[in-house]
Design a protein around this ligand. Structure first.
Ligand SMILES: [Fe+2]
Ligand SMILES: [Fe+2]
Length: 179
């Protein structure tokens, strides 16, 4: 392994310039504007997913499905916490999180599909999770080493989405009519 060498003096000097940039230093390697735009798409995706799970939670009422209901609610809350993580990171990057409801659905990677019975609801959730898994994986590869903090935020979220997909696949197997 190469020894870790860095010019501390230079870094100390640079840290004092542009202090209004907060966490964004001259060493930031990514295209900040682009990263903020992509994060706002992730934010929209998370909000749309939270809303969809929220609907499913209430719709599952009376469908004789306490276990499924609890799962929907937990996912809704987790999607909401993902939205918060992403919004927080946008602020650190000196951007503005876009919570405008007008174009949430168009910015979101996944769609807001309602589903009416238990099986179609679980199916729609599984599809949305699989879309999130694909797009977040691409974002992680795109960020690479240019912005490790944003990458780590998206990695943490991706890990959860993979759990969510697994949960939905398991529920689907239990809920679908047996062949
Ligand atoms: Fe999420
Ligand atoms: Fe999810």
């Amino acid at each position: 392994m190469q020894p870790f060498v860095t010019d501390v003096k230079k870094i100390r000097e640079r840290a004092r310039t542009a202090m209004d940039q907060g966490a964004v230093t001259p060493g930031y390697k990514a295209d900040r504007e682009q990263v903020i735009k992509v994060l706002n798409e992730v934010l929209a995706t998370e909000i749309v997913c939270a809303l969809r799970y929220k609907r499913h939670y209430f719709m599952a009422e009376g469908l004789n499905s306490e276990a499924v209901k609890a799962e929907f609610l937990q996912h809704a809350q987790e999607e909401e916490s993902h939205a918060d993580m992403v919004a927080g990171r946008i602020i650190q990057l000196n951007g503005e999180p876009d919570f405008n409801p007008r174009d949430l659905a168009t910015r979101s990677h996944s769609q807001y599909a309602e589903g009416h019975d238990l099986v179609s609801m679980i199916e729609e959730d599984l599809v949305a999770e699989r879309i999130a898994i694909e797009t977040y994986g691409e974002i992680i590869r795109w960020l690479a080493d240019a912005d490790p903090t944003t990458r780590r935020v998206v990695e943490q979220i991706l890990e959860k989405e993979e759990e969510h997909a697994e949960d939905m696949a398991t529920l689907l197997a239990k809920t679908s009519p047996q062949h």
